[in-house]
Ligand binder design. Structure first.
Ligand SMILES: *Cc1c(COP(=O)(O)O)cnc(C)c1O
Ligand code: SF4
Length: 348
């Protein structure tokens, strides 16, 4: 067993252990954990102990997860959009391929909490083969996004095998991995892993940090190893009530990400997933945060605030309105709120 696997093995997975470390009501925790999986590894537990609420809320089961009557089990209609099990094909040129059903921590707000870390998500040799077959016979798919769960919870040789099989399909130009491991279990990102991944370029990684306190020396080292292997790094942050739903926190997060060579990519409005309503903010919250970020923060550190449309409509950007009207002139407001105009003409 490698050292990251040993750390993962010491994770809290039962309500009793959780109460011993962080207190709380074991009866409530047990009810939630019976429905949705619980895993907090020693690395993230330590971060929770040091930083409190914004990290605690992401990881510790909350009885409100069971009270959510309005939420949808599969808000993005991923099951309907899966031509074969564990492969979601929603856009013309890219597909999401779920290759691992486990994560280094089970986030309470997870969009796929209906199945991630449960027997409801079965990944087998057969589902993988069916996925490879679909990708081979669908050459308009030029980019494959490996996700799960977390693909970096596979061991190096398994991941290398999957990447190798994808690289045998000539129509696949780009591989992208979605992983929260640099944030939740950064010691998983070993020098060997980075050296292996480097063989499969063009390879991109989108990670997932939600709070500036998650950017630790360990997380910095993980991202440095990946960036040094030539892997462009992005971040998909989720806007979460009580975690990062204020402009100053988000500003610090985005700045710190850029400084560890992670380019903020998306800031997501929380999906309508059942069991997550206590995390959801109003649209204006995100738009106002964006209004603060744009102009105050390096453009390279400004993510796109996006909503993943319920029912599988895809991601749509939610940009603060700057344009007031567009006729003979474009009438707009600057980031500082000053009215401005621009003549709207093209001379031949
Ligand atoms: C988010 C998503 C993608 C990738 O979308 P980008 O805008 O390219 O990041 C692809 N497929 C599915 C099913 C998705 O949910
Ligand atoms: S790491 Fe991603 S897939 Fe895993 S529980 Fe968290 S949000 Fe869900």
């Amino acid at each position: 067993m490698t050292s990251w696997q040993k750390i993962l093995k010491k994770s809290i997975t039962s309500p009793e252990e959780l109460v011993r470390h962080l207190g709380g009501n074991s009866h409530d925790l047990a009810r939630v954990a019976a429905r949705y999986p619980l895993r907090i590894n020693p690395y993230y537990l330590d971060l929770i102990k040091k930083n409190g609420k914004p990290l605690y809320r992401q990881a510790v089961p909350d009885p409100r997860e069971l009270d959510d009557a309005d939420g949808m089990t599969d808000p993005l209609a991923e099951e309907r959009l899966s031509p074969v099990a564990n492969l979601v094909h929603k856009y013309p040129d890219r597909a999401l391929f779920l290759v691992c059903n486990k994560c280094a921590m089970y986030c309470r707000f997870c969009t796929r909490k209906r199945k991630v870390g449960t027997p409801g998500m079965r990944i087998t040799e057969q589902t993988l083969e069916a996925g490879f077959n679909y990708l081979r016979k669908t050459p308009r798919i030029r980019e494959v996004l490996l996700s799960g769960g977390d693909p970096l919870l596979l061991n190096d040789s398994r991941l290398e095998y999957i990447l190798g099989r994808l690289r045998e399909i000539p129509s696949i130009e780009v591989v992208r991995i979605g992983t929260r491991v640099p944030c939740t279990l950064p010691m998983r990102v070993t020098g060997e892993l980075a050296a292996m991944l480097k063989k499969f370029h063009p390879l991109y990684i989108n990670t997932h940090f939600n709070h500036p306190a998650e950017i630790t020396p360990e997380a910095t080292l993980a991202c440095t190893r990946l960036a040094d292997a030539g892997i462009p790094l992005g971040c998909q942050t989720v806007l979460l009530k009580g975690v990062n739903d204020d402009a100053r926190t988000m500003y610090r997060l985005m700045r710190k990400l850029l400084a560890i060579r992670v380019k903020p990519y998306y800031l997501f409005q929380a999906d309508l997933t059942r069991g997550t309503s206590h995390f959801r903010t109003r649209i204006e919250t995100g738009v106002n945060i964006m209004r603060y970020l744009i102009g105050n923060l390096s453009g390279m550190a400004v993510p796109t605030f996006a909503l993943d449309a319920p029912g599988g409509g895809g991601k749509i950007p939610l940009t603060p309105p700057y344009v007031n009207s567009c006729g003979k002139t474009l009438e707009f407001t600057t980031w500082q709120g000053t009215p401005c105009s621009y003549p709207n003409q093209s001379k031949n």
